[in-house]
Ligand binder design. Structure first.
Ligand code: TEU
Length: 553
């Protein structure tokens, strides 16, 4: 079995992970310093958000030199040391390939914008007139260049010009930079916005009914996407024992199999956005900044569709958090009285499903969302949306917009990692680049390690079960009692072996009657987030956010 099918991945956002030189920004030496902590947790792979040279317009997702480590994060030698030290602990390193676009300060773009006949001109998309496509970060996806009197495409900020993958020279540049790092020992890639690398080169306008600067189907899953990925696999990936996960906004289980189907020779798995969009109002004129309550049955149906859509045909990634998503206990759980129970509940329902689980830094100690003044946020997505929607176009009141930022803003995940209750949570001896979440006094690694009932040890146990039990890896998935509005229950079955996961998704006690086909007395407790559970015959009396893993073998 491929190693990444038994692995648990931990995502490090280096800027916020650990600062060792006192400049208030995390660095690569800080990751190396914490390898033993991650080994103790039991993770197998570290996915490192971008650490390459960058002007940091989008915190490193705007790369100006793909072969050089950003000096504030350290040196290439620091990166080689991290790779070696991780490998010494049987931990693999996956880097973040941001090749849908580069920085506008990359040499390629500096050359490209010099003249229409520059050899690098068609490394990017230049047109005489823009179409009506929107940027994910507000405004038009086209920026006018006075010097050559043309517009260039940028699906993100204007400092992130989209690379033209139609140009075989661009693809060769990407293959070469991937091989550069894999020859240094990097074990794979998370591929940023990979579903956008193929453009509809006729650049059709969206229908005007979608308003100003729409973002829709033309932004993803372009005509040559899978041709490019099959070429990437032939030219690079097939030559290494590596793991790949593509960030694929706009994916459904059907087209996910085009990326990661067993016979596709493209990627190993993708990140879908489906389940993490269920509390966003679809096609809102405010984009992602209009939130609604989550419907548990919608979540269960969505996860069920992905579990059964890919099972035995491809492979699922499993996540609730990353550097673009808020803290799940604040978003869908209870980050106050039942923070620990709800954090453990989300971990349980995610990690017992089929696929490779991803833990985002701080998720393993149940970190929560922050509430800052608008001026205290760093994220370019938040800042641009505030200017566009609140100040310029006055499409939403500031208070309502800020409620959405508190709920789903990306900076919720980017506040510095909380290592201890010491100054700056032990993250830095300097001035942190982003305000800390004041919760660090109570929520931190040091207190978690000293508390056998902490969220940390629950994650550690889930990881241990996954490593030791092939049923978790190979079994099928079926929802149990789909119609139940409070309980998320499912079965993993492999031959006559059965794991039952039963989770109360809310804070009210609820009785859960197992259907007759399941005889509770044939099951024993594999893991629970409470000391013991109450049962009467085939009925379980679930406490707030109680999550139980039962097995019959
Ligand atoms: O995100 C791609 C993406 O789809 C964005 O819309 C992102 O999901 C959005 O900001 C969430 O609201 C990737 C990276 O994960 C993100 O950090 C970068 O900002 C973006 O690409 C550009 O590189």
């Amino acid at each position: 079995m491929e190693w990444w099918k038994k692995s648990v991945v931990y995502q490090v956002y280096p800027r916020s992970f650990k600062d060792t030189d006192g400049d208030g920004i995390g660095d690569i030496k800080g990751v190396t310093e914490k390898l033993d902590y991650l080994k103790d947790l039991g993770i197998d792979v570290i996915w490192l958000s971008p650490v390459f040279e960058s002007p940091q317009d989008d915190n490193g997702y705007d790369i100006s030199d793909y072969r050089k480590i950003w000096s504030t994060f350290g040196t290439n030698e620091d990166m080689y040391e991290l790779i070696e030290e991780a490998h010494n602990r049987d931990i693999k390193i996956v880097m973040d390939l941001v090749a849908n676009h580069s920085s506008d300060e990359h040499d390629w773009f500096v050359e490209s914008k010099k003249s229409k006949d520059n050899p690098y001109r068609d490394y990017y998309f230049w047109r005489d007139e823009p179409n009506n496509w929107g940027s994910f970060f507000s405004g038009s996806a086209w920026e006018y260049d006075e010097n050559t009197e043309q517009y260039y495409l940028h699906l993100f900020t204007k400092k992130q010009p989209d690379l033209n993958w139609e140009n075989p020279k661009v693809r060769q540049e990407v293959w070469d930079l991937m091989k550069f790092w894999m020859d240094k020992g990097v074990d794979g890639w998370r591929l940023d916005v990979i579903s956008s690398i193929s453009k509809h080169t006729d650049f059709p306008d969206y229908d005007e009914k979608y308003g100003k600067y729409p973002i829709g189907d033309f932004h993803t899953n372009g005509p040559r996407l899978h041709e490019y990925l099959q070429e990437m696999n032939r030219e690079v990936l097939s030559k290494y024992d590596c793991m790949t996960v593509g960030e694929a906004p706009g994916s459904t289980p059907e087209n996910a199999l085009l990326f990661c189907g067993n016979d596709r020779n493209e990627l190993n798995m993708i990140f879908t956005f489906d389940h993490m969009s269920l509390d966003l109002v679809p096609n809102s004129h405010l984009g992602k900044w209009e939130v609604k309550d989550l419907d548990l049955i919608e979540l269960k149906d969505n996860l069920n569709t992905w579990q059964n859509g890919l099972h035995r045909k491809g492979w699922n990634s499993l996540y609730f958090e990353n550097h673009d998503q808020p803290r799940i206990v604040s978003r869908w759980g209870n980050d106050d009285k039942y923070r620990v129970e709800s954090a453990k509940m989300f971990a349980t329902i995610l990690h017992m499903m089929q696929g490779t689980p991803y833990i985002y830094q701080g998720e393993e100690i149940g970190m929560i969302n922050a509430k800052f003044e608008i001026e205290e946020y760093d994220d370019v997505e938040i800042r641009n949306a505030y200017k566009d929607l609140v100040l310029d176009r006055k499409m939403v009141e500031k208070d309502k917009f800020m409620e959405a930022v508190y709920r789903i803003g990306r900076d919720n995940a980017r506040t510095p990692m909380q290592w201890s209750s010491d100054d700056n949570a032990g993250f830095t001896t300097g001035k942190p680049w982003l305000k800390l979440n004041p919760s660090y006094k109570e929520i931190n690694v040091a207190s978690a390690l000293n508390d056998e009932n902490s969220v940390f040890y629950h994650y550690k146990e889930l990881i241990k079960i996954r490593h030791e039990d092939d049923v978790v890896t190979l079994a099928d998935f079926r929802l149990v009692d789909r119609e139940n509005k409070s309980v998320f229950a499912y079965e993993r079955r492999l031959d006559d072996k059965s794991i039952l996961v039963v989770a109360n998704f809310y804070e009210d006690d609820v009785d859960f009657e197992l259907a007759g086909e399941y005889r509770l007395d044939e099951y024993s407790v594999l893991l629970s987030n409470y000391k013991e559970f109450e049962k009467e015959g085939n009925k379980i009396k679930l406490k707030p956010f109680e999550a139980i893993v039962l097995k019959n073998y």
